[in-house]
Design a protein around this ligand. Sequence first.
Ligand code: PGA
Length: 247
Amino acid sequence: MLDFQVYPTYGLLSRAAADVVVSTLEAKPEAVICLPSGSTPLGMFRELVLRHEQGLVNFTRCTFVGLDEWIGMGPEEEGSCRQVMDQDLLHPIGFRAEQILFFNAKADDLPADCERINQALQQLGGLDLIVLGIGMNGHLALNEPGTPFDTYAHISELEPITKEVGQKYFKTPTILTGGVTIGLRHMREARQLVLLASGEAKAPAIARALRGEVTESFPASLVQEHPDALVLLDSEAASDLLQPGLS
Ligand code: PGA
């Protein structure tokens, strides 16, 4: 079932997102959780770090799964997904290496690395919670439009808009050749899916994801068919949802 909530500010949206992560861990301390990098989740990360410091959440038994990575990048590269994640979440909270499952996007054999992730996830029993952002082209993680809904972790060719928008993570112009990503099937099979969006630029994509046709041409539309999906928005990201013709 698809549920969505609209918050007046990004701060409140971030708190609500952190609440979901905390509830998941309260119900199942050994949960397998997959969280995104990007700009949108930064407020949620700050909340989670704060709650960790206040002793309000215990991450010691969970498994953390990294959502995606740019090909050729790792923790040493400033702006990589892993670097952002290490800096803003994993190190402040003190995750142990054995709790973390992350792509090695520098591997010579990337298909084998994707298979390693797939097998590890299968052994873990799948994802209990996946939190996602949305691209303006409707991508989820680096699953670009046209990616089959039944794909597990895979190598992704990036659309020009993803390469362009991705520049915001780097201090200098950076050639983004592709990505490795958790697949849409992992998302569909996750026991709970949370989609976050903030800001007016995301409003058209959110309207299409929630109200448009469910189609592989717009990956985020899969949220409509997920058995337990929650979409958390600030009012700007929700601003196209009430447009006539989209009901
Ligand atoms: P953002 O990225 O959170 O930086 O907007 C989301 C995405 O492109 O999936």
